[in-house]
Design a protein around this ligand. Structure first.
Ligand SMILES: [Zn+2]
Length: 127
């Protein structure tokens, strides 16, 4: 099975997924050459898990880039406090994203310890 690693760029802090065992990789964010063996933050056999780690790391903010910290960014917590029951579509609309991306974000919310009950076509926040 292919092993994946999550590396974090030493210059800009951008996290990304790589196939483990590759020597060097260029940061897609700033172009810096990353030495993979030194930059590994997380190691996994699952691409899906690695993607979630990448998403979490990047969502927590890239140090000195405006890319992820624009004023349009919306707060998940305020969404959850206003919507105790919501569908993927509502979530996607609120964050101006695709349903697929919304689903991915909801999954990572679960990983962060938020308790959501999944019903047929909607989620319910369990407080
Ligand atoms: Zn970089």
């Amino acid at each position: 099975m292919t092993e994946y690693a999550v590396v974090v760029c030493g210059r800009c802090g951008f996290a990304r997924l790589v196939v483990a065992g590759t020597g060097k990789s260029r940061c897609t964010h700033c172009g810096y050459t990353i030495d993979i063996s030194r930059a590994i933050k997380h190691f996994t056999g699952s691409a899906r898990e690695a993607r979630e780690v990448v998403f979490r790391l990047n969502a927590s903010g890239i140090s000195n880039s405006g890319k992820k910290t624009g004023s349009k960014r919306r707060d998940v917590r305020s969404f959850l406090s206003k919507h105790s029951v919501f569908t993927i579509e509502e979530f996607a609309a609120y964050f101006e994203t695709s349903n697929q991306e919304a689903e991915r974000r909801i999954e990572s919310l679960l990983d962060q310890g938020n308790v959501l009950r999944k019903d047929k076509d909607h989620f319910e926040v369990v407080r």
